[in-house]
Design a protein around this ligand. Structure first.
Ligand SMILES: NC(=O)c1ccc[n+]([C@@H]2O[C@H](COP(=O)([O-])OP(=O)(O)OC[C@H]3O[C@@H](n4cnc5c(N)ncnc54)[C@H](OP(=O)(O)O)[C@@H]3O)[C@@H](O)[C@H]2O)c1
Length: 206
């Protein structure tokens, strides 16, 4: 996990529950002691570089404005991974209106992330579900909640789908990274939907 704040902590906890060893990053890893103690022996914490090096999959859960710096510092290592899951959203009040405008000019958050993390096999996921809810709605009885995903690399998509199923959701591929612009809070695909609802909404967006 690159980023272990509200959403990174929640998504990483679901990965631990699914049985994966998870390395949480912070620029101040001592602040993650409570998180790793709570999650048990599968959870570790340390600096960003160690998190990037740790596993096959890197989950990016940082403010969108941090992606440029992370791409510059860790680009080749990220490009070597079979999957970089991009949970990050460009939000004007946090990341600035200039960045949000630039993202729009690239065709949206999916295609912009590719420019910032060059060569990475990116799949966008979990972008429209709140950190407050993601843990509560995992493994929902009576029908799994759908997670819309977008990506261009078939192997990365398969890997993301398997991880998301293990976390207790049904992944729904809505298209390539060009569709990543719809995987944001405040779009019709955001919040909680059944897989069938996601397919229906996505068909109307193409
Ligand atoms: N909150 C939600 O419900 C939610 C839902 C879906 C998607 N998202 C998206 O997920 C991302 C994170 O949101 P959040 O709410 O979890 O934010 P947050 O609680 O503020 O956590 C941000 C995390 O990013 C790390 N970070 C910040 N700048 C960094 C940098 N330059 N290099 C490395 N790490 C850096 C922070 O680590 P340090 O300890 O080093 O500061 C912290 O772990 C955002 O893009 C957001 O739009 C959030």
């Amino acid at each position: 996990m690159v980023g272990a704040g509200r959403m990174g902590g929640a998504v990483g906890a679901l990965l631990v529950k699914a049985g994966h060893p998870v390395f949480f990053s912070s620029r101040h890893p001592e602040n993650l002691k409570d998180l790793t103690a709570r999650l048990g022996p599968l959870a570790q914490a340390g600096p960003v570089q160690q998190a990037v090096a740790f596993g096959d999959v890197v989950v990016m859960v940082v403010p969108y404005a941090a992606l440029e710096e992370i791409g510059k510092a860790h680009g080749p290592a990220l490009a070597a991974k079979p999957l970089v899951m991009d949970v990050c959203n460009p939000i004007a009040r946090r990341d600035g209106t200039d960045l949000v405008k630039w993202v729009g000019e690239q065709g949206g958050a999916g295609l912009a992330s590719v420019k910032l993390l060059q060569g990475a096999r990116i799949v966008r996921a979990f972008n429209g579900i709140s950190y407050r809810r993601v843990g509560e709605i995992a493994h929902r009885a009576g029908g799994l909640v759908g997670v819309p995903i977008a990506g261009d690399d078939p192997k990365a998509i398969t890997l993301a789908e398997n991880l998301i199923r293990g976390m207790g959701f049904e992944p729904v591929l809505v298209g390539g990274l060009a569709m990543g612009k719809y995987l944001l809070p405040g779009t019709p695909l955001a919040e909680e939907h059944t897989p069938a609802e996601i397919r229906q909404i996505a068909a109307g967006l193409r």
